[in-house]
Design a protein around this ligand. Structure first.
Ligand code: NAP
Length: 308
């Protein structure tokens, strides 16, 4: 059993910021990175709204800068997955990964959220063969092809616009007749000649022979069904918190987000949470960074209070 002062679970903007701050507080944090260093921003092509970078930068570039900065102040990063935790008996907390077992005096949970699935026939079957949750990762494979994008939020429009670099046509299928996305993205999408919209419509099935060839659609107002030929289905319908490890251990709200107070404390004393695992509202890099900072500061104070 390895003993640690602070374990940060997750390595997105919240986790890497928590690592930077606990590192600068001389707490020698251990970050358990999960399956993708940087989390969701590693899959983001362009970050235009993170302050300090007026020209924007790519998600992987920002992750790399955050990693370097955290490590400069003593954070250590383990490229491993947490498989089990026990927060029920108080500090020190048990944390198990694929490779090791740890005891940590304090834990900062920053495991983020994952793309939501449509849960329609064909979705799982065609992942990697036409179904994707990441335009940045898979857009390249759709050069010269036609794709559909499901969703009406910022992600759907941002990724849909990105996909027009490769695809000849991008059809955005939205379940309502009004977009949820912000005005700036709406304007860019409406002005893009390659983008079309299908309103009030849901995807009921994804079909093909080995690869995606068509989607079955239903208009929710008229109940009319139709078939649309397509080479790819990109799904951007929101996210679900990655809460599986913490069920029964940390209080969660009805939507499954970990409940924190203003000081990022969870229901388990000594366990703090930051980023999308506890934030359904803002979900921005800038807000996750702020929450990671706050969680680290409160963690430091909590540890100091115990020792002092
Ligand atoms: P979101 O804002 O929750 O939007 C999800 C979209 O998917 C909504 O249009 C929703 O429809 C639709 N949807 C949900 N479940 C569905 C289902 N089962 N079938 C069909 N459609 C479904 O999620 P997001 O676009 O991923 O954005 C998440 C957060 O990140 C937001 O706060 C957003 O502002 C932020 N974000 C910001 C940027 C940026 O600033 N550049 C870029 C990406 C994301 P309804 O509209 O009918 O609910």
């Amino acid at each position: 059993m390895e003993k640690e002062k602070v374990i940060v679970i997750g390595s997105g903007p919240a986790g890497l910021t928590a690592a930077l701050y606990t590192g600068r507080a001389d707490l020698n944090p251990l970050v358990i990175a999960g399956d993708l260093l940087g989390g969701q921003i590693s899959l983001t092509n362009e970050v235009e709204n993170y302050p300090g970078f007026p020209e924007g930068l790519t998600g992987p570039e920002l992750v790399e800068l955050m990693r370097q900065q955290a490590e400069r102040f003593g954070a250590r990063i383990e490229y491993d997955m947490v498989t089990e935790v026990d927060f029920t008996r108080g500090s020190p907390f048990y944390v198990k990964t694929h490779q090791k077992e740890y005891e940590a005096e304090a834990v900062i949970v920053a495991v983020g959220a994952s793309p939501r699935k449509l849960h329609v026939p064909g979705e799982d079957e065609f992942v990697g063969r036409g179904v994707s949750y990441c335009g940045t990762c898979d857009g390249f494979f759709f050069r010269g092809k036609e794709v559909v994008v499901v969703g009406g939020g910022d992600s759907a429009l941002e990724e849909g616009i990105f996909l027009t670099k490769f695809a000849t046509k991008v059809t955005i299928i939205h379940r309502r007749d009004q977009l949820r996305a912000g005005a700036a993205l709406q304007k860019r999408a409406y002005n893009n000649e390659k983008i079309g919209f299908v309103w009030d419509t849901v995807v009921e099935a994804i079909e093909g022979d080995g690869v995606v060839q068509r989607v079955r659609l239903r208009n929710v107002k008229t109940d009319e069904t139709s078939i649309m030929p397509t080479d790819g289905v990109f799904i951007f319908i929101g996210h679900d918190p990655n809460n599986a490890l913490f069920k029964g251990q940390l209080e969660m709200n009805d939507a499954g987000y970990v409940v924190t107070d203003r000081e990022m404390r969870t229901s388990a004393e000594g366990v703090f949470a930051a980023g999308e695992i506890q934030d359904h509202t803002f979900r921005q890099i800038a807000t996750s960074v702020g929450q990671g900072c706050a969680a680290a500061m409160m963690c430091e104070r909590w540890l100091a209070g115990r020792e002092g």
